[in-house]
Design a protein around this ligand. Sequence first.
Ligand SMILES: CC(C)(COP(=O)(O)OP(=O)(O)OC[C@H]1O[C@@H](n2cnc3c(N)ncnc32)[C@H](O)[C@@H]1OP(=O)(O)O)[C@@H](O)C(=O)NCCC(=O)NCCS
Length: 141
Amino acid sequence: MFAAARPARGGFWVAATRGAGVVGYVGLELSALGGEADVVNLAVDPAARRRGVGRALLDKAVAVCRARGVPLLWLRVRASNRGARRFYRRCGFHTVGRFRGYYERPPETAILMAVGTRAPASARRRAGRPLSTSASRRTRP
Ligand SMILES: CC(C)(COP(=O)(O)OP(=O)(O)OC[C@H]1O[C@@H](n2cnc3c(N)ncnc32)[C@H](O)[C@@H]1OP(=O)(O)O)[C@@H](O)C(=O)NCCC(=O)NCCS
């Protein structure tokens, strides 16, 4: 399902394909010191949504972080993008802050969300669980 695309300046891009077509992608940028990573973009073809593609892409991003020893994965999402915010919560992300005026055209607040990458997927997805990056269990991606 996954194909790695061209890494750029510490970035690691993953695309999901079904048959011959690309149905979604996630962009992951690793920090220079390797202590954290950012989801810089994530999108699924409207025709392929609500079939688990987005979740599979995020799982892949978390697995890449874990394999590289990166314990924390961040992202920013427009405050008005309630569907995506709910999606990220369902994938185990927690809101950890807000940036007023972060986005332009239109100007909007960014919601900062994060997930610890070392916890198993079941623990990450448990609703309401506080962010933890201290779990020592590691599994292969
Ligand atoms: C957000 C996005 C990536 C989700 O992709 P997806 O493949 O549809 O997500 P999944 O099928 O893996 O969804 C997993 C769960 O997240 C939740 N979820 C996903 N999309 C949701 C939405 N629009 N509204 C509410 N909950 C949603 C659901 O609980 C879903 O499980 P369910 O379908 O069994 O109820 C997709 O809607 C998208 O590309 N949106 C436009 C781009 C965007 O907003 N990207 C994020 C920018 S930061």
